[in-house]
Write a protein that binds this ligand. Structure first.
Ligand code: LLP
Length: 464
């Protein structure tokens, strides 16, 4: 278990006072439109306090400008360092919705999906099928069929996928384009649960099997191997692993050529980390893109290999900083000499990351964002029946009381998409804010909604 360091906020919340960096959205903790008016927090031109009055709490909020700015940072960097031949793909597992599908599509992105649900959300949200890639280490027959029928490119992860794709290609008697995913054997420093590039990963073919796979695919008339994919992990701050990955991908593309495959697409996955706290110092989107672009181009030049379409799959660095979660503070429990708990009206059901990965966040009071009141140290607990349901082990914020609102930053990725109904707690609503306007992008669940899928068999109804 990694130790939780606790938030070190400098005087008056330096993370809010810091100059907001529009060039590198993933280097900010707060959304780009964050302002303080009359001592109160505003995002997207909207008073957060007023949003809670209108939409209740807890509440997820997404800032449109920050979202679009992150997309543009990827697009511009790819155009600059790998001109004319790239496709950024949004990893929708970070936050999947009709709205997100629509927004990233309007920014020229493709989309990565790992289930029929994510595929359907992408298609219904307006992403065109040729820009979707379908991942997963255990796709169901139904999911594969859905992808193939909709002409979505499948990333073959293992022999089970391969066998079924061979059957499809024979049954349909049309050429099907596929990519294959492999485990490149790259270690990176991130939480072990979100590391995927090392040899013992459950994802992708092992390097030792690649030549065999190239040979097998070549025997199949209707399968066209167009690309290679590897993803090494998430929330990564180092650039070296991705530099290595670019070169490794090109080397295997050259190997594939020996077996008659012309690799036209290389997908380096996602993984760029973001700034959750003052201690985090991720590279900028531009530096990350520059690193992978240069490594792929150099390796291609060296080997006289035609530059492939370069794909990358950012998730967190597109949507995390754009998102915040607002909670209402309820009960207090002071344990003299030890700590003071404040409990909020959400917790591990809307943000399972602290309990799962010991993740750290930054937060402030909505009506005292700069900690003008006397500061206190608190432990922020969720409302679930679980001692580990703690969002902040220790946080220093202005002195607060029941009814005050707490804003947690950086929750746009892997919060709503990983949320649950533990303790039958309904999911919060999600809003989009932009230029002083708020729009609902996901309705708040109700307790009644949670009963929708319960079935009481007839004989039990008779008994009662
Ligand atoms: N591509 C593939 C194949 C992936 O598996 C992932 C993330 C991504 C792209 C996007 O990675 P990103 O840019 O977001 O780092 N639930 C964890 C993160 C799991 C990431 C899973 N795969 C968390 O909350 O930190």
């Amino acid at each position: 278990m990694m130790p939780i360091k606790g938030l070190k906020m400098k005087e008056k919340n330096s993370f809010i006072n810091n100059k907001i960096d529009f060039e590198s959205p993933n280097k900010n903790i707060v959304p780009l439109t964050t302002t303080i008016n009359n001592g109160k927090l505003f995002i997207g031109g909207c008073s957060v306090e007023q949003l809670i009055k209108n939409y209740d709490s807890p509440l997820y909020i997404l800032d449109e400008l920050t979202l679009r700015n992150s997309c543009k940072a990827y697009k511009n960097a790819l155009d600059k360092f790998y001109p004319g031949n790239s496709l950024p793909i949004y990893a929708s597992k970070a936050n999947s919705s009709l709205f997100m599908s629509n927004l990233i599509s309007s920014e020229g992105f493709g989309l990565d999906a790992v289930s029929e649900g994510e595929l359907l959300t992408a298609l219904k949200g307006g992403v065109s099928s040729e820009k979707i890639v379908f991942h997963g280490n255990n796709k169901s027959d139904k999911e594969l069929e859905f992808a193939v029928t909709n002409k979505i490119k499948v990333v073959v992860d293992n022999n089970y996928d391969l066998e079924r794709m061979i059957s499809f290609s024979q049954a349909l008697d049309r050429r099907i384009k596929i990519m294959i995913r492999f485990t490149p054997g790259i270690e990176c420093h991130t939480h072990e649960y979100i590391r995927t590039g090392s040899f013992d990963s459950k994802f992708g073919f092992g390097l030792e099997n690649l030549n065999y796979v190239f040979k097998e695919i070549n025997k199949v008339k209707n399968l066209e191997l167009v690309g290679l994919h590897a993803h090494i992990g998430s929330q990564i701050f180092e650039l070296e692993p991705h530099r290595d990955l670019g070169e490794i991908l090109v080397n295997f593309a050259i190997d594939a050529q020996k077996y008659g495959h012309q690799i036209k697409e290389l997908n380096v996955g996602g993984g760029l980390g973001i700034k959750y706290t003052n201690e985090d110092d991720p590279p900028s989107i531009e530096d990350w893109v520059k690193t992978i672009s240069e490594s792929v181009s150099k390796a291609c030049d060296k080997n006289n290999f035609k530059l492939p379409l370069l794909m990358c799959e950012p998730g967190r660095s597109i949507v995390s900083t754009a998102g915040v979660t607002i909670y209402k503070i309820g009960s207090f429990k002071e344990i003299p000499g030890l700590k003071t708990y404040i409990s909020v009206d959400g917790g591990m059901s809307d943000n399972p990351r602290p309990i799962t990965y010991q993740s750290n966040y930054s937060a402030c009071l909505v009506n005292d964002p700069l900690n003008k009141k006397q500061k206190n140290k608190y432990t922020v607990a969720g409302k679930h029946c679980e001692s580990g349901d703690v969002l902040f082990k220790e946080i220093e914020i202005g002195s607060c009381q029941t009814g005050d609102l707490l804003c947690v930053f950086g929750t746009g990725a892997y919060n709503l998409s990983m949320s649950s109904n533990y303790n039958r707690i309904p999911r919060p609503a999600a809003l989009l804010v932009s230029n002083g306007t708020a729009e609902l992008i996901q309705k708040r669940e109700t307790s009644e909604d949670l009963l929708k899928f319960d079935v009481l068999p007839d004989r039990f109804i008779k008994q009662s």
